[in-house]
Design a binder for this molecule. Sequence first.
Ligand SMILES: [Zn+2]
Length: 56
Amino acid sequence: MTSPSAPLCGRHEEEISMSLRTLHTDSARPGQLLGLYECPDCGDERRWPIELSEVA
Ligand SMILES: [Zn+2]
């Protein structure tokens, strides 16, 4: 079981997957979700596009 769309935090040499905090809809792009991800290690936040097909 993997989460294919989770971004990696760029602040670490090792690969640390960021955790999904909240989901947002992008009104400019229907069908596109934006996930707000947070690094569990340093707390850095990043918005990352999520394909609906991956969430369904
Ligand atoms: Zn981090």
